[in-house]
Design a binder for this molecule. Sequence first.
Ligand SMILES: [Zn+2]
Length: 267
Amino acid sequence: MTRGEPAPHRKFDRCVDDIGEVLFNDSGMHGFRFYRYAASTIEHAGRFAVLLFLILAVLLAGASEAAAKALTISNHFSPLNQKRPFRTTTRHIVLHTTEGALEGSLRKVHRFGEAHYLVTPSGEVYRIIDRRRIATHTGRSMWKGKSTLDDFTIGIEVVGYHDEDITTAQYASLRELLRQLKAIYRIRDKDVLTHSMVAYGRPNRFHPQRRRGRKKCGMLFAHPDVRRRLGLSARPTRDPDVAARRLAVADPELHRFLYRPPECGPP
Ligand SMILES: [Zn+2]
């Protein structure tokens, strides 16, 4: 809807005002009018129910409009955007924390095309790579035996740190961004992952096996409370590659944080 255009639900707003007038604005005849109002309400219970339904529908529509308004996206395409091939499939969203302040984070992510979106502390969202193309954001990664997650994931960089809560504005815009992307690509809540869930490391002299625990990036987005605030009702309950012994656990503390059952309380 463009600005200045009257809201399409204006007539229902007027109905709400009418009821308010009878109930609250006429001091002298208040009781009587209220009685008459109540009687007519019972008499026209059917109509009243319809009216209530309409009011509820308008309120819900208003709420979703407000949620959409919480999201301000602007183009800040990486110079590499045009060179990136298109993805053929999209199965997951991977959440990251930039581990730095806005200016440096934006510069790096933009220059190397390391995410599709970047969410600033004030809740603004920048488009870095066209969501249909491949962004290089997961590095050495694996999930359910499949590596190179860049080929089938959307990457969102949130300016912040893996062990610090994000801002209220970031919650609002990230929630709406996730809602829209989940709808477009039919992604389930439990398929919204964190970089720390999918990153893995090569064997080294301390770890003879390929292992999880290479990165803590975005780990706060595995916390049930954080996910609830982002409109995500489920999360992965176990690491599929550790379960299948494709990878070893090199950081048990991180592993517990990512997959601790909610009934065990906060990590
Ligand atoms: Zn990351």
